[in-house]
Design a protein around this ligand. Structure first.
Ligand code: DC
Length: 220
């Protein structure tokens, strides 16, 4: 049997990471770990304490949070303190505050510790912003997944429409740009392509082609 690898996939918002990473993990028989969902889970809990969300509220939320991901080989269910929040962490409200959450040191320390622990056994495919640079610097395969801003906004627009949200392409483009800027310019573990990561620009590629490209890089 082939050795079980540790695969790190990073990239900006809307690059399609979770869609393709999930499918690639399934094909490889690996566990998929969506680290963005973990930061979204913290944001969701912080919002519950009221808006506007303050840093104090976020730190209080993370201090005793239990985030659990359950990947069944197809989809990832997300639990916060045993309550399922899979759908609720993908709302525009959560997207609007998640960068504020993800820039705080105590939040990142807690999430990163848990992420490293989840990768210990190998046979994992983890996606996020700082996986190759910080969480799993010795990952076997490192991919930086991106696409043009227009294409990323279009993909998000389709996804949001399917979920019943009425957002314009311009709104989504602005949201993605704002998040990319916040995630790339933050002090702790900013979004950056690792020196040893391979760039995969998916502009114009369909989902199956991207999945194939990832699986091939894992030696299959
Ligand atoms: O991948 P996503 O859009 O669900 O991620 C949500 C936010 O979490 C994103 O704006 C940046 C942050 N994030 C991060 O800082 N580090 C990670 N490893 C994953 C996500």
């Amino acid at each position: 049997m082939a050795r079980k690898l540790v695969v790190a996939i990073d990239g900006p918002a809307g690059a399609g990471k979770s869609t393709v990473a999930q499918l690639a993990a399934k094909e490889l028989g690996y566990t998929y770990i969506d680290t963005g969902a973990m930061y979204r889970a913290v944001a969701w809990k912080a919002i519950k304490a009221g808006r506007p969300v303050t840093d104090e509220q976020i730190l209080a939320a993370v201090s005793d949070i239990a985030v659990r991901l359950h990947y069944d080989g197809k989809v990832t269910q997300v639990f916060v303190d045993d309550e399922e929040v899979t759908g609720e962490i993908r709302t525009p409200e959560v997207s609007a505050v998640v960068s504020q959450v993800a820039r705080l040191g105590p939040v990142r320390e807690k999430m990163v510790e848990q992420q490293r622990h989840m990768a210990e056994a190998g046979g994992v495919l983890m996606d996020g912003r700082d996986i190759a640079t910080h969480v799993l610097p010795s990952a076997d395969v490192k991919i930086f997944l991106t696409a043009s801003l227009e294409e990323r906004a279009k993909r998000r627009w389709k996804e949001m429409r399917e979920k019943g949200y009425d957002m314009t392409l311009e709104e989504l483009e602005a949201d993605i740009m704002r998040r990319d800027k916040a995630d790339s310019e933050r002090e702790i573990s900013p979004l950056v392509q690792a020196a040893d990561a391979e760039l995969l620009d998916t502009t114009g590629m369909d989902i199956a082609a991207v999945v194939r490209a990832i699986v091939e890089r894992c030696g299959r």
